[in-house]
Design a protein around this ligand. Structure first.
Ligand SMILES: Nc1ncnc2c1ncn2[C@@H]1O[C@H](COP(=O)(O)OP(=O)(O)OP(=O)(O)O)[C@@H](O)[C@H]1O
Ligand SMILES: [Mg+2]
Length: 467
């Protein structure tokens, strides 16, 4: 529970917001309290000054009485003294606390505009002001004003009640906002967590809303893409495994069949020799297939070694042409090639030979008698481009995206009449890419196919090579 993200985010928000609110409210509260106290003190002094002004104008016993009577009906208390400090009149009965304030006042220190004598409303019973009466330039008495500290305390406690109420409302609103906010933020995350858990359990049907335009939306899109990729990989793996088992089973069936025939006593020597040859061919095919699968597995684990050396490309081409000549002659295909003689390139000759043989083998295999296969090497400043074209069967548009995939053959029946297993182009492309080269293909069904293999010449391109 405590580890829930929504709770953590919520608590964090709450603590931060409440701290900020407490600080702001405290500042506001203190300022307001000070203002109210200043206001009361200012009023008290102004009232005393008014009485003083009246008395300065008309210092008679009736005026003195009038002032005392006026204040006896208000919250304020007035005490008027003469120049000797003796109380002349007061609105309320004198109390010792008031007398103490009056006694402690140093009359000579009081400025003409009056002074606040006591403002400690928290500890003292009264707060007080003094307004001196000056007649004909001399001190003629004092107007002391008092107000009960409880009067100020009431004002402040009403202010405090208002603040407590507003504070409570703010805390409740903050809690609601924090809960809603943290849910809004964490809900999509919780949904994505559930989706990834389902993914790891093998359920690839992830349904996440990807309509959000923020980081959470991007994350949901990434998870959806990941689940689709996983689904595709799983399908590909199943298909690959069933293709591999098919490819292995077929030659094994042949081997078993022909071994049975050879072992029959009735089989003639001549047939035996023929079948042994077939068994040999099938074994070679099987060994080749397993070797290629093994090489692909090594490429997947980045353990496929490329041993580069400087190679004269035309010599390599010459060697390849010699190797394919018997097949060309057998299939009665026209073949031509051209290669400039000064091409030197840093490659793994065995592997590149394997690439070119694979592609030429395809060109010969998928081209009918009398058609043309051409190999042409052109060099540019940075790369050597080998173009192998044929006027053969071509590749259907729907097959084009898949021909480099493992065990993919356009001929779905996987008949063995053309002998392929669908690994040739996969390994060829991987090898070219390990040389930092590119392999591209253009083809039209019934018209022919063109493979372009470009290999970089310079060492600057040789990053990432396993040596
Ligand atoms: N020059 C070509 N003309 C027509 N189709 C081609 C050509 N090259 C490749 N293809 C198609 O692409 C598929 C894949 O080629 P790839 O070389 O990978 O496999 P393969 O030739 O069937 O088998 P392998 O090369 O492993 O013996 C082929 O089965 C074929 O359908
Ligand atoms: Mg092939």
């Amino acid at each position: 529970m405590l580890n829930q993200l929504s709770l953590k985010i919520g608590l964090l928000f709450f603590v931060v917001v409440i701290t900020v609110e407490i600080i702001l409210f405290s500042i506001l509260y203190t300022n307001l309290v000070n203002d109210r106290v200043d206001e009361v003190m200012g009023d008290l002094l102004a009232r005393g000054n008014t009485h003083r002004d009246v008395l300065e104008e008309n210092y008679t016993s009736s005026t003195l009485n009038h002032v005392a009577i006026m204040e006896s009906e208000s919250d304020f208390i007035v005490v008027i003294t003469d120049r000797n400090g003796e109380v002349v009149t007061s609105s309320n009965p004198m109390e010792p606390k008031m007398a103490a304030v009056i006694e402690h006042t140093d009359n000579d220190q009081v400025p003409d505009e009056g002074v606040i004598l006591e403002s400690d409303w928290a500890d003292e019973k009264y707060v007080a002001t003094d307004s001196p009466i000056i007649m004909e330039g001399t001190h003629s008495g004092h107007v002391f004003m008092f107000v009960d500290s409880n009067h100020i305390k009431e004002i402040i406690s009403s202010l405090t009640r208002q603040f407590l109420f507003i504070g409570l409302v703010t805390v409740i609103l903050t809690i609601i906002t924090v809960i809603v906010l943290s849910k809004v933020i964490t809900q999509p995350l919780v949904r994505m967590k559930k989706a990834t858990e389902a993914l790891s359990r093998g359920n690839h049907e992830v349904e996440l809303s990807t309509s959000r335009k923020d980081e959470l939306g991007e994350l949901a899109t990434a998870i959806t893409r990941l689940s689709n990729d996983l689904k595709r990989l799983k399908n590909e793996r199943n298909e690959f495994l069933s293709n591999v088992s098919h490819e292995l089973r077929t030659p094994l069936t042949y081997l078993k069949g022909y071994t049975d025939i050879i072992n029959r006593e009735t089989t003639s020597e001549e047939d035996r020799a023929r079948y042994t040859k077939i068994i040999q061919e099938e074994t070679e095919h099987l060994a080749g297939l397993i070797k290629t699968l093994f090489e692909l597995a090594k490429i997947d684990q980045n353990e496929f070694a490329i041993k580069k050396e400087k190679v004269e490309f035309d010599a390599l081409i010459q060697k390849i042409v010699e190797r394919i000549y018997p097949a060309i002659e057998e299939r009665e295909i026209e073949f031509s090639y051209s290669c400039p003689s000064n091409v030197v390139i840093s490659i793994d000759p065995e592997r590149i030979q394997q690439v070119l043989l694979n592609i030429l083998d395809n060109a010969i295999k998928y081209t009918r008698r009398g058609n043309h296969v051409r190999l042409e090497v052109v060099q540019t400043k940075h790369e050597v481009l080998t173009v192998i074209s044929d006027t053969g069967d071509g590749i259907a548009e729907e097959d084009m995206p898949y021909i480099f995939e493992r065990l993919y053959r356009a001929e779905k029946s996987r008949s063995r009449s053309k002998g392929g297993s669908g690994l040739g182009l996969t390994i060829a492309k991987e090898i070219v890419e390990l040389h930092n080269g590119r392999m591209e293909v253009e083809s039209e069904l019934g018209e022919g196919t063109v493979f372009n293999i470009s290999l970089p010449k310079e060492d600057a391109y040789e990053k990432g090579i396993v040596d």
